[in-house]
Write a protein that binds this ligand. Sequence first.
Ligand code: AHR
Length: 323
Amino acid sequence: MKRFLLTLCLLASLLLSSCSPATPAATDAYDDMIVVGFSQVGAESDWRNAHTRSMMEALSAENGYRLIIDDAQQKQERQITAIRNFIHQGVDYIVLAPTTMAGWDTVLTEAKAAGVPVIIVDRMIDSADESLFTCWIGSDFRKEGDEAVAWMEKNLSTDAPRIVHLQGNTGTTAQQGRTEGLDAGLAKHPQWQLVYRNTADFTQAKGQELVEALLAQGIQFDVIYSENDNMTYGAIDALKNAGLTPGKDVTIVSFDAAHKALEMVMTGEISYNVECNPLHGPRVKAVIEKLESGSKPPKFTFVEETSFDTATITREVIDSRGY
Ligand code: AHR
């Protein structure tokens, strides 16, 4: 749709410029713009939508950018096609928010050969050749998992919690880091019991479906460790529908710390929420400005993040939340 609109705008401006040759052609305006092709994972979560919005706001026409967004609907093959299209279109930069870690070398080699710098955001890729991308900006997902476990060690009311683990999409750095954190906690505390683990694809619908199925099977649990807020919303709906009180009957540990989820920390439904900051637009813009001015951005930038529980959340934090 966006492409269609862009094409329409371009055609309209071409027509206008041919009608009034005295004014500078609208296509000249495009020539001055920095063209960025952004391959986005999808729209699976509130986090993801906030990430897309942040990119649109920072890389706006007003700021001198023409941003072409491709929504991959969580499919890596769609991202590979999008990157090839961007190269073909002659964009100035490619921004990639990768679905999974593996499988990028071929297409990124093509981008490198075409001389298009690639900026990776959010999740990381798994490649032996770091020259295939200009830089990466994102979260330390393992640290996020470790923080969640550290909170559980201090705050759970039982020494032998029965844990349900809702995972994000398998093979993403967000899933791997958060899962590794929990696995380290399970190895350190042999009395912790993992009663269920499955992927809910970072979506609310799947989170609800899995927890409803667990409840229907009569599986007992004390904690839900949910790798993003949307799966948590689904899990909370399932618990409430079954007459349970989230935060009292079941301790809920979540990731992202989106606005709605922080309200739930305030009411005690979510016990602990580890921030994952999606506001990468201004960071990407700063990288492009650096590159445009001939300087080199840092290869890897970890975003600063924090976490909240019912004792530390404040109204100010919630109200100033940008996502
Ligand atoms: O990669 C970041 C993760 O992806 C976020 O935790 C999740 O909400 C999103 O879909």
